[in-house]
Write a protein of this length. Structure first.
Length: 118
């Protein structure tokens, strides 16, 4: 289920795509929390404003992670010539922007199950 998580050229089965989703969801949550917490400490905002600032910083990190994963998956899976795959990658970014990484990773997990034949 968690095989080859950093091999983006690997065509995953449905079960492996679920493992990819769970692993990168956990990574995104940890990375976003870490960056948000450090940013809140560096800026020195305390109380509810500091918490909100940390959440915003974590959200930005999640969006950047989804953009990076989208490009890497499209290139490594040799799907960059397919318009529909780019639409799925853009949908992943939009879902992350509006609903968070929990929804944004779904199209990317689906893209890892595809591979161009050529």
């Amino acid at each position: 289920m968690f095989n080859k998580l950093i091999d983006f050229s690997y065509k995953r089965s449905g079960k492996e795509a679920l493992g990819f989703y769970l692993a990168y969801l956990l990574l995104s949550i940890l990375l976003g929390g870490l960056v948000g917490g450090v940013y809140g400490l560096v800026v020195g905002i305390k109380g509810p404003e500091g918490f909100q600032t940390g959440i915003r910083a974590g959200h930005v990190i999640s969006i950047l992670l989804i953009i990076m994963l989208s490009v890497v998956i499209l290139c490594k899976q040799k799907l960059s010539a397919h318009f529909v795959c780019w639409l799925l990658a853009l949908a992943a970014v939009a879902l992350t922007l509006f609903f968070g990484v929990i929804f944004g990773l779904i199209p990317l997990a689906f893209l890892t199950t595809r591979k161009n034949k050529s």
